[in-house]
Design a protein around this ligand. Sequence first.
Ligand code: ZN
Length: 150
Amino acid sequence: MSNLRELYQELILDHNKNPRNYGRPAQTTHEAHGHNPLCGDRVTVYLTVNNGRVEDIGFEGKGCAISTASASMMTQMLKGKSVEECHAIFNSFHDLVTGKSCPVESLNQLGKLAVFSGVRDFPARVKCASLAWHTMQAALHDQKDPVSTE
Ligand code: ZN
């Protein structure tokens, strides 16, 4: 367990310092804004979907280390995946951070994202960790209203 916690700290710090896929891709087909008023996190997620596949994904925003790291790791995970896979991974991640039972195959699918299981005991942090994910879903559904965790 302490290994998972160390890995969590390490990944959060690393991705917060050097966010991956930060910025708007040259051509985007979907985008949405998200806001977590409780913590002040704001994120915009951009997607370039072609033939049902996420060819490119990026994000911009300002927020706490957890929200930034989660967005960064999400973009790494979803790039190249099909839209169906994105929805499935979203569901697995959501179950993981909200403490619902997560089948082993879902955990395997999540890979490094499994470190976010640590936030389930901190409801306020669950919102930080899931903000970018809800925003990604809203973008794929062409939702016009900004996402709010409240
Ligand atoms: Zn936050």
